[in-house]
Design a protein around this ligand. Structure first.
Ligand SMILES: Cc1cc2nc3c(=O)[nH]c(=O)nc-3n(C[C@H](O)[C@H](O)[C@H](O)COP(=O)(O)OP(=O)(O)OC[C@H]3O[C@@H](n4cnc5c(N)ncnc54)[C@H](O)[C@@H]3O)c2cc1C
Length: 448
């Protein structure tokens, strides 16, 4: 009798466990379907660079890849198969492919003939414009190790085949001008030092590239990689600050010519003698390496006062704004997430200015979180307004009912970025999507 009772209890517990598991599983799948609809509506399902390519015939829908993704919400299971739900968040770590038990997944660029954002490169990363090279994430391949490897490969190729070096009479002509001081540009610069080429590295922001934009103390995962002038990076995980310190020590120790706050606006001329126009004057170089990344240039408002130091285009450290009066300009997810992060800081008074009357194009999760904060006055939302001017202690907003003065200490303009692809097209660079037109030029390759 007693053993029967024990069996009954065990059976009930097992049945309860199965029911709970099934419910949870179904809810998860329903959430994945809803997330996919939402990200498609917002255009966030598409990846910017490499992304998980799922072989639906081989996928068994076990969700191991979903759990393996370090970014959390890139993949989901819809109709029993793994699908990319939030491609725009994919960093390309490839943990999903490593984890898949049946090899149904690899990380790549897919069919690039449909992509107008993947530049056509030869196997050494030279574009169709001779002497104009691309390194790093701009090629479509994210991750620090890819950026470093590509930066080195380009410079090695230039050193091997780059033609005659500048003579003494050609003062002001560098062997190579590198645009972008992220991991790709910086390693290209250090490789140039190693190989005895003269170089200048220019960046519109600071040295470090996208790493500079990571949140404070972010844990960065780095695949094994050799850094020029240093050797193998000893660990696989670093904090953002540790990585930046390593780069800084290298470019200081090796006297790399890095100029920050300089935006490159044009490149003309040809291999052997390019003229590069920038916000900080003109430069000349035999070769130009574009290591611009894919994040583009933050969109500016072009209003009076925008050049003041209180204006920023990225929120990195919300804690530093406790007790401040902050205006966030923009109505997308980054603007809303920044506003909510700031509103969480003690004494921080947050306003949002958005050109549309409502916050329409944001993820449901963000909409659900911000609406109560606007409703209870925690965040002051100024819909259908534009910024008329930024002053020391206030901002003027223009709206349908005239001007409003908002007392202010700091402004974040989070109105998206201008992607670098138009700039590349102006320089004559061809993209994957152009392959139909240039089929006659032979089979183009995409670097990895
Ligand atoms: C949130 C986040 C987390 C990530 N985590 C990881 C991780 O854990 N591990 C990993 O390996 N990778 C990670 N990545 C990806 C990694 O940061 C990028 O792949 C890498 O930084 C690309 O390097 P890059 O040098 O090609 O470009 P970037 O680092 O983007 O640098 C490009 C530089 O070019 C400059 N620039 C652009 N246009 C111009 C112009 N016209 N004139 C002058 N300068 C210009 C920009 O200011 C920028 O500094 C992450 C990315 C993000 C967004």
């Amino acid at each position: 009798m007693e053993s029967l009772l024990i069996w009954a209890v065990v059976l009930i517990l097992v049945a309860a466990g199965v029911v709970l598991y099934t419910r949870n599983f179904r809810r998860q799948r329903r959430d994945d379907r809803e997330r996919l609809t939402q990200t498609r509506d917002l255009g966030m399902d598409k990846a910017s660079g490499q992304y998980p390519l799922v072989d639906a015939a081989a996928c068994i829908g076990c969700a191991t890849c979903v759990a393996a993704c370090p970014e959390g919400d890139v993949l989901g299971i819809v109709l029993g198969k793994a699908v990319v739900i939030n491609g725009s968040r994919c960093i390309g770590h490839g943990k999903c492919a490593e984890a898949c038990p049946v090899g149904a997944l690899k990380v790549g660029l897919g069919d690039i003939t449909k992509r107008d954002d993947i530049p056509l490169l030869d196997e050494y990363n030279e574009t169709n414009v001779p002497g104009l090279w691309i390194a790093g994430e701009l090629s479509g391949f994210a991750l620090i190790n890819n950026a470093v490897n590509q930066g080195c490969r380009v410079i090695e190729r230039i050193a091997e085949t780059g033609g005659p070096r500048p003579t003494d009479s050609e003062s002001g002509l560098s062997d190579v001008l590198i645009v972008g001081a992220g991991p790709a540009g910086m390693s290209a610069g250090l490789k140039a030092v190693e190989l005895g080429l003269t170089s200048v590295v220019l960046d519109q922001q600071g040295a470090g590239g996208t790493i500079l934009q990571y949140p404070r103390r972010k844990l960065v995962m780095v695949q094994p990689v050799e850094i020029p002038t240093m050797g193998k990076l000893p660990r696989l995980e670093y904090s953002k600050e540790e990585l930046l310190e390593i780069w800084e020590k290298l470019y200081t120790d090796f006297d790399l010519d890095i100029r920050t706050g300089v935006r490159v606006t044009g490149v003309s001329g040809k291999k052997g003698n390019f003229a590069v126009t920038t916000s900080g004057g003109d430069f000349r170089a035999r070769h130009v390496v574009l290591a611009l990344g894919r994040r583009g240039t933050p969109r500016r408002l072009n209003v009076p006062g925008e050049d003041m130091s209180k204006v920023a285009y990225k929120l990195i450290d919300a804690e530093a704004y406790a007790g401040r009066r902050v205006l966030v300009v923009g109505g997308g997810d980054s603007a809303v997430e920044a506003a909510m992060g700031l509103a969480h800081q003690k004494g921080c008074k947050v306003s949002i200015s958005y050109r549309k009357p409502d916050l329409m194009r944001i993820k449901q999760r963000n909409a659900d979180r911000i609406q109560p904060l606007i409703a209870d006055g925690t965040i002051d939302f100024h819909g259908a307004t534009t910024v008329g001017g930024i002053h020391e202690d206030k901002v003027v907003l223009e709206g349908p009912n005239g001007s409003a003065i908002v007392p202010n200490d700091d402004v974040f303009i989070l109105a998206g970025g201008i992607p670098p692809f138009g700039f590349l097209r102006e320089l004559g660079v061809k993209f994957g999507g152009d392959q139909k037109d240039i089929a006659a030029a032979g089979k183009p390759k995409v670097a990895g």
